[in-house]
Write a protein that binds this ligand. Structure first.
Ligand code: ATP
Ligand code: ZN
Ligand code: MG
Length: 393
């Protein structure tokens, strides 16, 4: 429970386009921070602290984040590719309360949710619509592991870009005494397991933060036969989002369906654009109020300024942002991504002419699609768009 509130006046006025991005990073500044809010006006930060006594130190760390993320940055020009935010919706409440009341969702632990029949059927149906996109491109099916190689993640600089949201997989060291001691003494105490850190192995694997990386890893250090490939896969992804793990909007453990394009620059860009157009018709049938706009990945503080501006300027990422009527805001339910030749260069995947391949992906967050649908159309199938009603009822 928060013990005290700390008000910080940022040394730099936080520009509107960074209010949300800085607020989400404040979760990682200090373990004492239970919640953080940046005022829309950008001139005030309010922190709920779990304990009093270290305010000066925490304020200094907060100022460092503001400095590194906001200094000298120019506001990106957000480009809107589609705007259907005013599409009619029939529901105005947060569906989470109703989902909990109906025992349709159960929060097993922070950010870890179980879904019942309604959410499962909706997710299955929406996924079947995404599979139409995969079929349209004759995408080849792949199955990827939940664990992801630490060695490969290192090769693609993941630790530098997104250290804050990593989830590590470890195991007990191969040592009779350690395993016996653990077996006798292990207990969940308060905020976690009581086992000492030295019992655990070095990290060889992490829980996958994305799906398409597995495909690129499998192609590493070789020329790509035929010079192009379209694949599809669904996978469980993990992003530790700390105190931002609220509601069904942001989960630690979620599911992504991706359609992945590997080939020349023109091949990838053309398929990314064709994805967007294909999905536009499907989203219309689903009655979804949303827009598609340029965005950037949630890079950590040190990498943020350079990488985020670059991504937006070169239109490497478009987000599909669905309307959440109950809070008058939007939530990303998917993205159309172009990575240029980043994976080709880092992983040594080449085109027939010896140049690095280009990659891109269309990714859908399945839990968020179902949540946004319920937020817009509610629980009464009679009020649902006809395509969904006919498929589910
Ligand atoms: P956000 O902007 O919300 O942090 P993102 O830009 O990191 O999301 P992508 O990397 O583009 O998301 O991932 C593709 C999709 O996966 C997102 O559009 C979203 O639907 C889903 N997704 C990403 N992170 C989460 C999460 N923590 N919980 C649930 N779904 C998520
Ligand atoms: Zn991807
Ligand atoms: Mg985003």
């Amino acid at each position: 429970m928060p013990e005290t509130t700390l008000e910080v006046t940022p040394a730099l006025l936080i520009p509107p386009h960074l209010v949300g991005q800085i607020q989400s990073k404040l979760a990682y500044v200090d373990e004492a921070i239970a919640a953080a809010r940046v005022a829309e006006s950008g001139d005030r930060i309010t922190l709920a602290l779990r304990a009093a006594g270290r305010e000066g130190e925490i304020e200094a760390k907060v100022q460092r984040v503001v400095q590194e993320m906001a200094q000298g940055g120019i506001a990106p020009r957000v480009e809107i590719l589609e705007d259907h935010l005013d599409r009619p919706v029939s529901y105005a409440a947060d569906p989470l309360a109703e989902l909990l009341a109906r025992r349709e969702v159960y929060e097993e632990s922070t950010g870890i949710f179980t879904f019942g029949p309604l959410m499962s059927r909706l997710i299955e149906y929406f996924e079947s619509r995404f599979l139409e996109l995969a079929a349209h491109f004759d995408a080849q099916p792949y199955r990827f592991p939940t664990l992801m190689s630490a060695e490969f993640l290192d090769r693609v600089d993941y630790f530098r870009a997104f250290p804050h949201s990593l989830t590590f997989a470890t195991h007990l060291r191969e040592d009779l005494d350690i395993i016996n001691q653990f077996a006798e003494k292990a207990k969940y105490e308060g905020r976690g397991l009581n086992a000492p850190a030295e019992f655990f192995s070095q990290v060889q694997a992490l829980l996958s933060p994305a799906v398409c990386y597995h495909l690129y890893f499998s192609l590493a250090d070789h020329p790509l036969p035929d010079g192009q490939l379209i694949a599809t896969s669904v996978g469980t992804c993990f992003r530790y989002e700390s105190t931002n793990l609220t509601s069904l909007e942001r989960l630690w453990n979620f599911t992504m369906r991706e359609v992945i394009f590997v080939g020349s620059k023109d091949f990838v860009l053309e398929h990314r654009e064709r994805s967007r157009q294909f999905m536009q018709a499907i989203f219309e049938e689903l009655g979804l109020a949303y827009r598609v706009e340029t965005a950037n990945d949630p890079f950590f503080v040190g990498e943020f300024r350079k990488q985020a501006a670059f991504q937006t300027a070169f239109q490497l990422k478009y987000e599909i942002r669905a309307r959440l009527p109950f809070k008058d805001s939007t939530l990303a339910i998917g993205s159309y991504n172009y990575h240029q030749d980043f994976f080709g260069r880092h992983l040594g995947i080449t085109l027939p002419d010896g140049k690095p391949i280009h990659t891109g992906c269309t990714a859908f967050g399945l839990e968020r699609v179902a949540y946004a649908f319920l937020a817009q159309h509610g629980f009464d199938p009679a009020a649902w768009p006809v395509a969904v009603r006919e498929a589910l009822v």
